[in-house]
Design a protein around this ligand. Structure first.
Ligand code: BGP
Length: 483
């Protein structure tokens, strides 16, 4: 019973949200570098500017200064007993413009040192190749993944990383939350630029753009999987899906079918990654809409680039109601989401649903029967600094402990009762980071506090929260001591 030996307990971060040093070490400008700070209180969304504009505030430029603090941060993770650490490589540290002829040695060396540091501490690196930080030049010059040349640029970047870190990195993830963009109706251009560096203009057919650029991203992922298998046969490559299951609002058959269609629309990406081909329901949709971007030769590329495992993030669940918006086609729109009266939500409206994690683990398992790892799960909150306690913490984040505890319990049930093949759990994020959706510093997820805030006060010093000590015990006991 319980988690297997060597279970990869740990935490996950992303380069653009943590590293800062946006101009150091030969780094180029990424799409994250042109995203301004938003604000949850005033409901101000992040803006994507046309390059870096003076007078605007870009939180990813400083991040949490992990670039200079990574040794200290990794040592703190090791103190908690981390078995794994997930971060991403910033594409722009390796190929500053995305289409450069040669890689930037300083960037390659930086990650060499960071990965060596993890290995020295007995921490398994899990590396994401693309986590919302594509070169901005690819967006400007090619309109990102709308242009098939970006598949080659991504392949070159991926091959460079596989060759350089061969034998050191055993787990790679191709594209972070590739499926987020399926929610383009709610998020607009935001996710499409984050995932694919595609700039959407007024009057564009966003739906057509989303499906076509996503297809090219799926091809890029497949090409990378194949390349990794050739270069380092011992390494494994996974997809990364942003998983937040959709429940029907009621037992009404139409609500049920609508929720199923929502799952199709949001998660067909996983079908392509894991099965190597599009599911029939998507091919039918493309036929209905007259999309013809899938070429004959693409089929083999997808078939040869099936992933070895599934990785996913899980924060919340959704519920949807049939509104007849699209009639009997049951095409889904996230505008049909309703508030789930059985769930509480965070200050950002994210509905807290630990049971849903077990549901999602089973959904993946039933469909693909592949090994799985949870690479993000956590609670964003406004933390309050208190006097240092005798135990040594300065934040009492019992709410975060509660969230993580209940989710770990649900994941344990999925392992013990449902027999899902789970090889790791990484909470998001061990260190406070800049929020991806809002660009806020004050939306904190960390077990480790970073002294910096939305008012740009602080010195980036690190300190422990109550959850730091709790998670250490969880790992020490391999998930048996959750109190
Ligand atoms: C996922 C992203 C992460 C991360 C997390 C929390 O969507 O992969 O990059 O940020 O969500 O989201 P946020 O930072 O918006 O609270």
């Amino acid at each position: 019973m319980g988690f297997k030996e060597g279970f990869l307990w740990g935490g996950a971060v992303a380069a653009h949200q943590l590293e800062g040093a946006w101009k150091e070490g030969g780094k180029g400008v990424s799409v994250a570098d042109v995203m301004t700070a938003g604000d949850n209180i005033t409901k101000t969304p992040r803006k994507i500017t046309d390059g870096v504009i003076e007078g605007e505030s870009y939180p990813n430029h400083a991040g949490m200064d992990f670039y200079h603090h990574y040794k200290e941060d990794l040592a703190l993770c090791a103190e908690m007993g981390f078995k794994s650490f997930r971060t991403s490589i910033a594409w722009t540290r390796i190929f500053p413009n995305g289409d450069d002829e040669f890689p930037n040695e300083e960037g390659l060396q930086y990650y060499d040192d960071m990965i060596d540091e993890m290995l020295k501490l007995g921490i398994e690196p899990i590396i994401t190749l693309s986590h919302f930080e594509l070169p901005f030049n690819l967006a400007k010059k090619y309109n990102g993944f709308m242009d098939r040349r970006c598949i080659q640029f991504y392949e070159k970047y991926a091959r460079t990383c596989f060759e350089r870190y061969k034998g050191k990195v055993k787990y790679w993830l191709t594209i972070n939350e590739i499926n987020n963009q399926a929610e383009w109706r709610k998020m607009g251009a935001h996710h499409i630029i984050q995932v694919g560096a595609v700039l959407v203009k007024e009057g564009d057919d966003v739906e057509a753009i989303m499906y076509e650029s996503a297809h090219n991203e799926l091809l890029a992922s497949a090409v990378a999987v194949k390349a990794c298998h050739e270069i380092d046969p011992d390494a494994k490559v996974g997809c990364m899906i942003g998983m937040n299951g959709v429940y029907p609002a009621s037992a009404k058959p139409e609500d049920n079918l609508n929720a199923q269609q929502a799952m199709h629309q949001k998660y067909y990406f996983a079908d392509v990654h894991a099965r190597g081909h599009y599911p029939s329901y998507m091919l039918k949709k493309f036929e209905r809409k007259g999309y013809d971007f899938i070429k004959e030769e693409d089929l083999q590329i997808l078939e040869e680039g099936k992933v070895d495992f599934i990785s996913f993030s899980y924060y919340m669940s959704f519920a949807s109601q049939f509104t007849n918006r699209f009639g009997r086609t049951f095409d889904f729109s996230e505008e049909d989401y309703i508030r789930n009266e059985y769930l509480k939500a965070s200050d950002w409206g994210w509905q807290i649903d630990p049971t849903g994690l077990r549901w999602c683990l089973n959904w993946f398992n039933d469909r693909y029967e592949l090994p799985m790892i949870i690479v993000e799960n956590g609670f964003g909150a406004y933390d309050k600094v208190i006097e240092r306690t005798e135990e040594g913490y300065i934040i009492d984040d019992s709410y975060r402990i509660e969230y993580l505890k209940e989710h770990i319990k649900a994941m344990k049930e999925a392992v013990e009762y449902d027999g899902v093949d789970l090889f790791g759990y990484q909470m998001w994020s061990p260190i406070d980071v800049v929020s991806a959706s809002t660009g806020e510093y004050d939306k904190r997820y960390g077990l480790i506090y970073v002294n910096y805030n939305d008012k740009h006060e602080g010195d980036f010093s690190r300190d422990k929260k109550k959850s730091f000590f709790w998670y250490k015990k969880v790992i020490e006991s391999n998930g048996t001591d959750l109190d």
